[in-house]
Design a protein around this ligand. Structure first.
Ligand SMILES: [Zn+2]
Ligand SMILES: [Zn+2]
Length: 291
């Protein structure tokens, strides 16, 4: 069992557990240090820090930010940032508006196909007025299920899988890393070798991966996530070697989105093929908690 997990989602983004449920599981499972890394929001952080104090679990203020790198969607983790600074609110407001525009126009584009496939169309206005966390692949899939366009959530995911174009018109990596630094945080490249939302969208061999990482380092990157449920053992090894070579922090976390039963489908395995059965099951060395 690990004592550290620096990559956990809650229902402030696309995770299924509340902050309080995550903290309770962390305590029960022997985790001593965790980071809540919700997508494009720090809304759960303050609550997590407070509950963590009560339960004796250290919570590192963090976030997972969707960025544009060479017109591809990539995730950057920000750790130990000043989450009370008002700049962060403005940054995420701007980012979430960009996501909203993208997903509303995608739904508009897909509506005629939805009609052909299911006989039903999604209500664009209703979707547009949704909470920010709907503006993602799982968010849109859940919306389609909730609206009764598909009966099962797996059908919604399946429909969107090869049709939905991921947003690439977001805030770029350079500006995002600069904002993380301005807020006193560290910027870490999330799951660099996972099947999706990773460097695999830009390259397929180590030499090219290294060139991309060198480019990120020029922009100020501080670390790469090595231990990750999206990585095979070989990929973890490669990430560790690259972290050492470039003197980057090597971080790790499960990318927890809730228990597999709660997730109610296999879609999570497309992102994280080695998804843990329990929070705390993914191996992360203790010293990573000293981030
Ligand atoms: Zn991610
Ligand atoms: Zn994540």
């Amino acid at each position: 069992m690990s004592k550290v997990d620096l990559h956990i989602h809650t229902n402030y983004s696309d995770g299924r557990d509340t902050v309080s449920e995550v903290l309770e599981m962390a305590r029960e499972n022997g985790l001593e240090t965790i980071a809540i890394t919700d997508h494009d929001t720090i809304l759960g952080v303050e609550e997590a820090v407070k509950i963590g104090r009560e339960k004796g679990v250290k919570v590192i203020p963090a976030v997972e930010i969707s960025i544009n790198y060479q017109k591809k969607l990539i995730h950057i983790l920000g750790y130990n940032l000043d989450y009370k600074n008002e700049k962060i609110e403005l940054f995420f407001e701007r980012l979430n508006d960009l996501k909203r525009n993208h997903f509303v126009s995608e739904l508009k584009r897909l509506n005629s196909e939805l009609k052909k496939t299911t006989g039903k169309e999604a209500d664009l206005e209703k979707f547009s007025a949704s909470e920010y966390l709907c503006f993602s692949y799982p968010g849109l899939a859940n919306f389609l299920t909730q609206e009764g366009i598909f009966e099962k959530s797996e059908e919604s995911f399946e429909f969107l899988k090869d049709r939905l174009i991921k947003p690439s018109d977001l805030i770029d990596s350079e500006e995002t890393i600069a904002v993380i630094h301005e807020l006193g945080g560290k910027a870490v490249l999330a799951h660099p070798f996972a099947p999706r939302v990773s460097l695999k969208k830009l390259a397929d061999n180590r030499k090219e991966f290294e060139m991309i990482i060198e480019d990120f380092i020029k922009q100020g990157l501080d670390g790469i996530e090595c231990y990750q449920a999206g990585h095979s053992e070989g990929e973890t090894q490669m990430a560790l070697e690259l972290a050492k070579k470039y003197n980057l922090m090597a971080t790790g976390g499960s990318d927890w989105h809730g228990s597999f039963e709660k997730l109610g489908g296999k879609s999570i395995l497309a992102y994280t093929p080695f998804y843990p059965k329990k929070l705390g099951d993914l191996f992360v060395p203790d010293e990573i908690g000293e981030i």
